[in-house]
Design a protein around this ligand. Sequence first.
Ligand SMILES: [Zn+2]
Length: 344
Amino acid sequence: MKKKLLTLSLSAAIATSGFAFTPVLAAGNGPDVNGNQNVQTSMLTTYEEMADFLQKQAANQEHMELEVIGQSVKGRDLFLAKYITNPDNPTILFLTQQHGNEAMTTEGALDYIRHLGANSKKTQEMLKNVNILIVPMLNVDGAMGDVNFSLDNYMASGRHLTRYNADRIDLNRDHVNKVAPETQALHENVLQKYKIDYMIDFHHQGTQEDYFGKLTTGALLTPQSPGVDPEVQLNSRKLASVLHQGVDSFGWAFILKFDEPTTNAAVASNAMALQYDIPVILFEMRGMADHSYEPYVLGQKSNGYIIKQAFQAMDATANAIADGSIKTVDPGVYDNLPEQHYSY
Ligand SMILES: [Zn+2]
């Protein structure tokens, strides 16, 4: 029931964002908080709602299996949604919300799980040729604000969401040491257990990334560590290229290259390439659901587009892997993207 309300409120947000009359801005560029919008987090799916949704979908969807891959610091089950129709198919992993305050990526993943269960011939045909693994909301405690430190200075009203896990570990800096139980679960029960051919790590960036005054709705980055195998690097650039072709073609999206490349081997977009030879990309969406720093927090009016952007990224890449077009895409599509600017 809550999910239905969520869908309605997001449609309303899209309908009222007025993007058709502001052609200068990409439509994901709704207002940031800017001191005059009350940031509500009540429309975001809670952990309990997500768990309930996943169990119901797994019970009703023919091709979906739900696996518990571990528990968070606070004891919440961590989920992996699996679509494996043929073990020989290429497999893509979608990971969302390592950072608990980067929530729209999970909303997009849940929409995509619902979509994969729909009775569409095209979707069912795609699932015969690609295996899809989805880990939604890896940082469940941070997403619920259930942490062992204070969030009193965070901006949102209602439930707070934070980047860190309950023990204040940044999961996306933990892929070498693997101290957090959430990171361990991902490595031991997903990355080391399944043969994964591609991966997208979904995040959110600040609200004011732009390119000569036009705000970006998202940013892409391939592995940056010098030790990455050249073939893995090439296939990462191809993955970024099919994503860009499949999403940026929508009038509301404006996706460039991420402007803070890092060679840190403990970041997922380097770690998975270095440790498992998985072609991987970081995909950053505009704006966070909650933060202590105002310019990072996005007002609700952009949520519908950001969720759709995550959804389309999943669908575009899964389809390109299923039909083999990812093999022949020009990696120059990604290479030639300019870097977005950081203007605040
Ligand atoms: Zn992040």
